[in-house]
Design a protein around this ligand. Structure first.
Ligand SMILES: [Zn+2]
Length: 140
């Protein structure tokens, strides 16, 4: 990464690199698969290319990095002090895009579930997050 970023910024970027297969979404997929749920991934013809799509439940799941998607009141989502305005605008844009995608999906009749990276951060939190997810799916 370019040297225009400070150490703090760089570590935020590295923590949330939005590659095709980021680790948190793999964890969620593995869990769902182990529970017998079948899904499609990165469905390109749906708004926002949801990470996980469960057609049978008419449900899409986004697994969001807290920083890039501006998780509200989350420690991991604090805007770096340097280049503050740059990051502020960038993250705001991401959030607006997420909101638009979510609305569009709902209009198309999809249930939209967002799981945040910090909700998977340790075994205990991970388990309760995913138990909630299963409960939500079973009630749709
Ligand atoms: Zn978070």
């Amino acid at each position: 990464l370019a040297d225009i970023f400070t150490k703090e910024e760089r570590s935020k970027i590295m923590a949330g690199i939005s590659g095709k297969e980021t680790k948190p979404e793999i964890l969620v997929r593995k869990f769902l698969f182990s529970k017998g749920f079948r899904y499609r991934k990165n469905v390109k013809d749906l708004p926002g290319k949801p990470d996980i799509v469960l057609p049978k439940f008419r449900t899409v799941i986004f697994v969001h990095g807290c920083f890039w998607h501006g998780h509200y009141q989350c420690k991991r989502a604090s805007i770096p002090r340097s280049n503050n305005l740059f990051w502020d605008i960038k993250i705001k844009k991401n959030k607006e895009r997420d909101k638009r995608n979510c609305l569009q999906l709902k209009r198309m009749g999809w249930h939209v579930i967002t799981i945040w990276q910090c909700e998977l951060k340790n075994q205990k939190i991970f388990t309760s997050t995913l138990d909630n997810l299963i409960r939500t799916l079973n009630s749709t």
